[in-house]
Design a protein around this ligand. Structure first.
Ligand SMILES: Cc1ncc(COP(=O)(O)O)c(C=O)c1O
Length: 390
């Protein structure tokens, strides 16, 4: 390969810039064993950084359901859904999702990223307007930037600004509003009832990405829209967080389902998820629905966390398992994260561009796998690190 090509130099420059800004990201390998998380040096950690809120990723009955699925359906789906990739395991999962979440139809995707992009790319056309909360996930933002419609972003959870944008776009053929139900880096909820009312007033559609709400909120874990008593036109749920697995579903009406089946390229031209996975997901869904003790435990851990960190202004109070600790400065945040790590606590070290400049934070997440003692120990250490400025 030529070393002096333009592309090569550009790559070097961009990596250098990230390095100088101390924003270079790295991938590390971990492994799970006997309920613990180990790094490559075999150091054990309590995991306060993942999204396995309900503690299902290593649940023996979920693993057994995957194994049963493999026995019954084999390793792969062998094709896209419209060819032969769609099986009765997929069909059963779709029906169960519809029954649980109150929609006519569901379509399965291999990731939340592709589900979000499929919806936005296939529904919106040039004259339309897409209105998004500024803190929406990268998959939604990227789709908004690349789709044919005009995208406008409203300040986080600012309903008045959203209303004025809807008003200003009254003449556009279609208005489409997208928000997360629970914001992934902030752990707060979107004012869905007010957004739904504003959409109805201006004849706009509402899409909710509930990646972090589903499983965790609502009596049976139906998520943030159910909690707010709101029915979005499109609901996206993902299986990589509270389900402890991977994949996603788009919930919608019969007609919109038929439309996506024709025009959503991420659906039509992508191999369907393995049927064994769909089979295991149906099992996990029934656990999420019926095992409310998991949500109760999360809520007890949340109370414990906030009680221990009362008056600590950096800690944002949330009702979800996502607990941001906003430290602002990247180096300070990294120091605190590495001190917690030395003591065996793994937290998410989140820096720009994932979050806005000057809002570098620890993203601490609670999980049913943790004990109250572990949460207390983390909180005591965290307070000390923050107070001592390290
Ligand atoms: C709000 C939100 N939407 C979508 C996604 C993407 O989902 P997936 O990981 O299944 O691609 C994520 C994952 O980080 C997310 O936080």
């Amino acid at each position: 390969m030529r070393q002096d090509s333009h592309l090569q130099r550009r790559i070097e420059q961009k990596l250098d810039t990230r390095r100088q800004q101390k924003l270079l990201r790295n991938v590390s390998a971990f492994h799970h064993q006997d309920g613990k998380l180990f790094d490559t040096d075999n150091q054990p950690y309590v995991n306060f950084s993942g999204n396995d809120y309900l503690g299902l990723a290593h649940d023996p009955s979920v693993i057994k359901a995957w194994q049963d699925g493999l026995e019954q359906f084999g390793a792969g789906s062998t094709a896209s859904p419209l060819v032969t990739g769609f099986t009765r395991a997929h069909q059963h999962l779709e029906h169960t999702l519809c029954d649980w979440l109150g929609f006519e139809r569901a379509l399965l995707f291999n990731s939340g990223f592709s589900a979000n992009q499929a919806v936005i790319f296939s529904l919106l056309e040039k004259q339309d307007v897409l209105l998004q909360d500024k803190l929406n996930h990268a998959s939604l933002m990227e789709a908004g930037m690349l789709c044919d419609a005009k995208m406008q972003r409203f300040p986080h959870n600012n309903i008045n600004k959203l209303k004025s944008l809807l008003q200003a776009n009254e003449q556009t053929p279609a208005r489409f509003v997208v928000t997360e139900g629970v914001f992934s880096m902030d752990g707060d909820l979107s004012p869905l009832a007010e957004i739904r009312a504003a959409c109805d007033e201006h004849d706009a559609w509402l899409m909710v990405d509930d990646a972090h709400g589903v499983g965790v909120l609502g009596d049976e874990g139906q998520g943030s829209a159910h909690l707010a008593n709101v029915k979005p036109d499109i609901l996206v749920v993902t299986f990589g967080k509270a389900f402890g697995m991977m994949g996603a579903a788009v919930l919608c009406s019969e007609q919109v389902h038929d439309y996506f089946t024709q025009f959503a390229r991420h659906y039509v031209y992508s191999t369907a998820m393995p049927p064994a996975q769909a089979h295991a997901l149906s099992h996990t869904l029934s656990m999420i629905r019926t095992q409310s003790w998991r949500r109760e435990k999360l809520s007890a851990l949340s109370d414990c966390f906030h009680n221990e960190l009362k008056n600590c202004t950096e800690v944002v109070d949330t009702i979800t398992p996502i607990k941001p600790v906003v430290l602002g400065d990247v180096e300070k945040m990294q120091l605190v994260a590495s001190n917690l790590k030395k003591d065996g606590f793994l937290t998410g070290a989140i820096r720009p561009p994932t979050v806005p400049v000057n809002t570098a934070r620890l993203r601490i997440t609670l999980s049913v796998n943790q004990s109250e003692t572990q949460v207390k120990d983390l909180a005591v250490l965290l307070r000390r690190c923050i107070e001592e400025g390290e």
